[in-house]
Design a protein around this ligand. Structure first.
Ligand code: FMN
Length: 175
């Protein structure tokens, strides 16, 4: 099975990317790939750009990666209780590709982490509401609060380690 992961962040030190990387390591029995959203950065969406130049090649390339995957693992950075602008721009462009949904019916393990106690609950709620309408089958959701306290030296503290392990096992075996 091909497991594709990325963080909804353009930070070079992204804590969400660290979390996705950790989860992909736990899925090492499968073929895994970690993408960097920076490799898919394009000009901010505008109707004029779309009508003049169409969908950017980088957006089409990301759509192809998603289409080739069997399972998606995405961890969203929370900016002002919502998506980071970097993710939202890519998401908006992807939603404009004709005749396909963004997540093309793929099983999606949706995650978020933040340094605060809410662990990205705001962006998780937004994504849980919206992504199914963009073709995502959200099969599990995981929030890690207080990243810097709960993820040290690549080790996830309890009870989060057990929760994540159970959810990942379920995602990998049932889909
Ligand atoms: C513009 C901005 C807004 C933020 N808003 C929130 C927020 O609403 N809730 C939260 O928990 N953290 C917030 N943060 C802190 C982020 O959770 C933190 O920067 C985190 O590292 C982002 O994830 P990343 O490292 O994967 O990019 C915000 C950070 C920035 C720069």
């Amino acid at each position: 099975m091909k497991v594709l992961g990325f963080a909804g962040s353009n930070s070079a030190a992204s804590i969400n990317k660290k979390l996705v990387s950790y989860v992909l390591q736990q899925a090492e029995a499968h073929t895994t790939e970690l993408l960097d959203l920076n490799d898919y950065e394009v000009a901010i969406y505008s109707p004029e750009r779309e009508s003049k130049d169409g969908i950017p090649d980088k957006i089409m390339a990301l759509a192809e990666k998603i289409a080739e995957a069997d399972i998606l693992i995405i961890s969203l950075a929370e900016h002002n209780s919502s998506y980071s602008a970097a993710f939202k721009n890519v998401f908006d462009w992807m939603s404009r590709i004709p005749n396909r949904t963004v997540f093309v019916d793929k099983p999606l393990f949706l995650m978020a982490t933040s340094p605060g106690v809410r662990g990205g609950q705001g962006v998780l709620e937004a994504a849980q509401d919206r992504f199914p309408r963009n073709g995502a089958a959200v099969v599990a959701v995981f929030s890690l609060p207080q990243f810097h306290e709960n993820f040290t030296n690549g080790i996830l503290s309890e009870p989060y380690h057990s929760e994540l392990k159970t959810k990942l096992f379920s995602v990998l075996t049932n889909h």
